[in-house]
Design a protein around this ligand. Sequence first.
Ligand code: ANZ
Length: 957
Amino acid sequence: MSETNSAAETAAPHRYTAAMAADIEARWQDFWDAEGTYEAPNPTGDLAGDPAQVAKPKKFIMDMFPYPSGAGLHVGHPLGYIATDVFARYQRMTGHNVLHTLGFDAFGLPAEQYAVQTGTHPRVSTEANIENMTAQLRRLGLGHDKRRSFATIESEYYKWTQWIFLQIFNSWYDTEADRARPIAELVEQFENGSRPTPDGRDWSALNAVERADVLGEYRLAYASDAPVNWSPGLGTVLANEEVTADGRSERGNFPVFKAKLRQWNMRITAYADRLLNDLDGLDWPEAIKLQQRNWIGRSEGARVDFPVDGADSITVFTTRQDTLFGATYMVLAPEHELVERITPVAWPEGTHPVWTGGHATPIEAVTAYRKLAAAKSDVERQAEAKDKTGVFTGAYATNPVSGEKVPVFIADYVLMGYGTGAIMAVPAHDARDFAFARAFELPMRCVVEPSDDRGTDPSTWEDAFASYEAKLVNSANDEISLNGLGVVEAKAKITEWLTEHGVGEGTVNFRLRDWLFSRQRYWGEPFPIVYDEDGIAHPLPESMLPLELPEVDDYSPRTFDPDDADTQPETPLSRNADWVDVTLDLGDGNGPKKYRRETNTMPNWAGSCWYELRYLDPNNSSQLVDPAIEQYWMGPREGRPAGGVDLYIGGSEHAVLHLLYARFWSKVLYDLGHISSAEPFHKLYNQGMIQAFVYRDSRGIAVPAAEVEERDGKFYYQGEKVSRVLGKMGKSLKNAVTPDEICAEYGADTLRLYEMAMGPLDVSRPWDTRAVVGQYRLLQRLWRNVVDEETGEVTVVDAEPGEETLRALHKAIDGVGQDMAGMRFNTAIAKVTELNNHLTKAGGPLPRSVAESLVLLVAPLAPHIAEELWRRLGHTESVVHQDFPVADPAYVVDETVTCVVQVKGKVKARLEISPSITDEELEALALADPAVVAALNGAGIRKVIVRAPKLVNIVPA
Ligand code: ANZ
């Protein structure tokens, strides 16, 4: 704070200063905690309370909970927490019972890595971090129901994470009923013969291992030896979602290999259709819905069988069955199991020399190529590179519709993990096939007539003709002709023909894979699973939950040379024989027996898959959540057909991880009758990021941002010129500003206002510590409008406000209310500022009714000063539960003028605004306008020229 400022402050003993803010804020935070001001009553159970409160409509308002990192919070982190808090406070003041709290997502790698480095138990460091972050968050005055907070590492919490795992393990997906059902009901079907076993024997004829194997094919949580993403450098396996686009580990950036390892999986693919379809009923940003849709990746197409001499047939998946007459060769993924069976001992007569790769025999060629392909990641294999590689297997298959013999290749552009791992290649109409066919001098046939002027001879083309907007040609045999049909009709007709002839059928394929659920980690939830001497997995009975993590000496998974694909994971828990080898009575009638515990742990996504449910009924020791309580807070309502949290704010980086997994768990719990909400989060909102300038010296190394000086638009650190770019805020970039610093300098209310005033909530904005003082001044003027700075006396009078003040007041009430409901907190603040300025200018003591309304308008944004002023105005009840003011429409209508908003000189919006609008408010309104936001399309802003009330011109960065 500047010296002149503090000098002036000492002059007026009752001025709103940082010291006074600190005093007011600490006092009310203590009071709120003592009174339980933010506690939301449940309809029943141990948190039941005031029936009048429960009778109100509910609002469940949530943040994505934080990981308690050792670095603590910087000012970027609480943006979302403050926004949900303002919104929750507004909802409380408009007649809602509001559930708002925050817990900690506390299992995970950083604590474990810290433990490996320092020998500190991850629980110890995590708890210390939680304590530190809790204090930081408390300082912000967030209105959380603290009774409902927890960390996912608490055994009373992960007991239920384990319990849910067992529910998933003990269920199967009934495709006819289209829902999960208890596995016992499947066993019943096998027992009474209504469902045949895979090999047709009686269920009673199967031994225990065989039965376990059969059920494993159905269970929603199952162990399998499928190829998984193995990262030797990390010492753990990873889910697809944790592998980057260039085939490396998202954490640590290590190489990732495909390895066959026995691992737990979750059968999320059973829910692919529902996960896709139910997106329609959710109020989520379209971009996130699109990412989920793409991740699930539903493709409609067909399976087609191509007979091979002397072997089974090759089944392909195609989305262009209409082009079947144009399939002139086939490709199997190198790993495809048919490869060995179809590969002959010698090259057929007349084999094109380019096809053999220079090898003497097909077996040699195939073996060599397989080795080559294994060393590449899926992403590398799929890259749209022009030079396609592959090799002829020596085998031919028969095109079922043309009867033509087509050569079968293996090539790495076909992936094992998608469709059937085999394709029919239609080089004239598929870009990758075209490139491959050119390289291997394979025939091409045009079967879809190009709509451009290239003609129908593909040998003269430069690329494939891949459009859907055309008619079929060259596609007829004795029985069927597709000629003249459009693509859609041709697809339908050929699919029917294939089905009739028993050589194919229409099918739907998904990109989504089952969720790999094992990690070779210490700091995660142990699996409630033990193995008997036959290797059969048994669930622990509920009475043995929670299964707590054992104390160990060595927290690290064994890591290897990051490039050594031939390694195997070794879990930290496996090194604790006392814990691993146990004698238990599982209560299954077999009495006490020796078992070996599962030594993997759950991935760090597990704890966040269901935490919203535990907030509802955090102390329930006999149930996950009381159904009546779940129904009250989460159940379906009009407009939210699947129920769910009313508002969930968090970053967009969780689009396909947390948000997909949580939806999946909700659906399983819903199917099994434990909850009434089939979706966890009805409304999702992605806040923007608070960015910060990063300053780098000539070597590119970040220098402390706080010590950089600006001179004539250039930047210097210790006399040396440095460059400036906008980036993330963080310790490593030496530009982190902590909320503690800002709270100490101005108070939490100022910080809250500043973060909310920076711009529309969903847009990223650069942090500017120098601008924070603007909001501090607003609070000082607000204070001065109610309290005499010399005497500390409240100055309001019991008089009726004049017409002009009534107009200003009711317009503000109307506008702020709408902005609050629409989460446009920046424009709400602009309107409060305008009103406050109006009142300042009007001079004289405020009429009591005006002062009270003003305080209520500010209360959601700056709760401490509002509580203080409210009490000083003579009220004995907290401002938190007062009614938000309601505008009198008679005073709201006003003559308006039209303001033109331009982006890069082009008119993007027209705003109807008050002629007396300030530049600041107009700028805020213009930047919040949806058309302007769309026109900016996420670009930063270089300059805003405001000529109130007629014109705003925005120059993007
Ligand atoms: C013949 C064809 C002709 C195809 C044509 C496309 C265009 P999406 O939409 O992503 O589902 N394909 C199938 N399985 C594959 C695999 N395991 N690896 C690589 N490619 C595979 O893509 C489906 C299309 O991708 C399928 O349709 C198949 O090529 C290819 F003019 O079959 B198509």
